[in-house]
Design a protein around this ligand. Structure first.
Ligand code: FAD
Length: 284
């Protein structure tokens, strides 16, 4: 099923993101997570692409498992970093053979060893795929607080618009902890003429190291209510408080009419279960 069909037909679209193993094979961890995620009935599962363009094969392998073994809709992430036209053709044909219909086109995180060959930005990847493989539905990333490299939120929104003009029909946001940033972004994106559907990306934070990593990697703002949780709770208490915070964020988003929620599960089936089960009634 295409993601646009979900948004055409459901009042609430809840998806889950998993990551594949760093090495080929060794799928046990992600399969364990998928076993826990399947009964939650996510509308789709997205599978990340390794940093610096590594692990494209495992993304495709996990997508295939999501579709064939678990009978769920899969979205495969794909990055421009270290990507040539030749490699992209190979990857797309493989994804097509495995039954993947939707691709989340990204630039990719820049790490040591990152190079750009035929594609520099997500929109270039999207335009190429749209032209040569129009059967794929394309998704893209957006940043409620603006992408860290962008000169301003407005400038970044123009680049998101460009992405949609290149064929991206659905956007998934970077994680955020302050819903006000999302509402502000959604309003600005609408005014800028972006009419793609949007899923709000939520990551339940369940341990202290996660907070430090997220802030340094994504540069997202930490609102006072959330920093108090991080300062005052540890261990099991932080785990519970982090899940409750994510549930509170999602409840507020739904109350504001947000149709798409994307949960960054970090392959933690227990966390996904706690969050999804809080919204069973909303999904009927
Ligand atoms: P782009 O859209 O290319 O934007 C990057 C920067 O360049 C922005 O500042 C933007 O304003 C600017 N820009 C965009 N287009 C142009 C243009 N044509 N000309 C000039 N400037 C431009 N990373 C991975 O490695 N693997 C993953 O699986 C993965 N999944 C992700 C899923 C989601 C939902 C999100 C939000 C991020 C994900 N990332 C992943 C991280 C992502 O690769 C990084 O955030 C990266 O820094 C930017 O990716 P992008 O697709 O938004 O890039």
């Amino acid at each position: 099923m295409y993601i646009r069909e979900l948004f055409d037909n459901k009042k609430l679209v809840m998806s889950a993101e998993v990551f594949p193993p760093k090495k080929n094979g060794m799928l046990e961890g992600v399969i364990r997570a998928l076993k826990e995620i399947k009964p939650l009935d996510p509308d789709y599962v997205s599978i990340t692409y390794g940093a610096s363009g590594s692990g494209g094969m495992t993304t495709a392998d996990v997508a295939s498992v999501v579709i064939d073994a678990f009978d769920m809709t899969a979205v495969a992430h794909m990055t421009a970093v270290n990507m040539t036209k030749e490699l992209l053709e190979e990857r797309l044909q493989m994804l097509s053979r495995k039954g993947v219909k939707s691709i989340l086109t990204l630039r990719g995180d820049i790490v040591e060893g990152s190079r750009f060959y035929d594609f520099r930005h997500a929109n270039e990847l999207a335009a190429y795929i749209k032209e040569r493989y129009p059967e794929f539905e394309l998704l893209g990333a957006c940043y409620p607080e603006g992408h860290p490299e962008a000169a301003s939120l407005d400038a970044d929104i123009e680049m998101v618009k460009l992405k949609t003009e290149c064929g991206v029909s659905h956007l998934v946001t970077q994680l955020f902890f302050d819903n006000a940033t999302f509402y502000d972004f959604a309003e600005k994106a609408g005014k800028a003429g972006i009419n793609a559907t949007v899923s709000a990306g939520i990551m339940p934070i369940t341990n202290t190291q996660q907070v430090e990593r997220i802030v340094s990697m994504c540069g997202v703002q930490i609102p006072t209510a959330f920093s108090k949780i991080c300062a005052n709770y540890q261990g099991e208490d932080l785990y519970k408080a982090g899940i409750d915070y994510a549930i509170g964020q999602i409840r507020d988003l739904i109350d504001h009419g947000v149709q798409g929620i994307h949960l960054y599960t970090m392959n933690k089936g227990d966390v996904a279960r706690a969050v999804f089960s809080a919204f069973e009634g909303d999904r009927k």
